[in-house]
Ligand binder design. Structure first.
Ligand SMILES: [Zn+2]
Length: 132
């Protein structure tokens, strides 16, 4: 079955496998454990050393630009005291990455396969002459 870019986005935003759309990116019952490959369709999720860097970069970017920098700007504008600024930055830097861990994996796989949808197993079959 051919997978479209719209399906890749939909699955990524829902933290599902970009190929089959099932909830198989993470091991059942374990928040931080990523499956090496999808248990349903076999798509390789953990692509080896450094595979975590994509989700890490997304998580870092959201934490920095969504929490830390706005809080520092509020402090610079005189709207937030030093203690509140430090507390929010410290707490935000600890809590946000944990909360976004699964989402960042979904977004990373979505970005990867949005630009390389031909690498999805669902799109490898019938590749020749398939011009949707
Ligand atoms: Zn799958």
């Amino acid at each position: 079955m051919k997978v479209t870019r719209a399906q890749v986005i939909e699955n990524g935003l829902r933290c599902r496998c970009p190929n089959c759309g099932r909830l198989t990116i993470f091991k059942a019952g374990r928040y931080f454990a990523v499956n090496e490959s999808c248990t349903s369709c076999g798509l390789r999720i953990e692509k080896g050393d450094g595979a975590f860097l994509g989700p890490f970069a997304i998580n870092y970017g959201v934490t920095a630009f969504g929490v830390v920098i706005p809080v520092i700007l509020l402090h610079a504008l005189g709207r937030l005291g030093a203690a509140a600024t430090l507390t929010l930055c410290f707490a935000g830097s600890l809590v946000v990455p944990v909360l976004l861990y699964r989402v960042s994996w979904g977004w990373w796989l979505m970005l990867y396969y949005f630009f390389l949808p031909e690498n999805l197993p669902g799109n490898l079959e019938g590749r020749a002459g398939d011009d949707e």
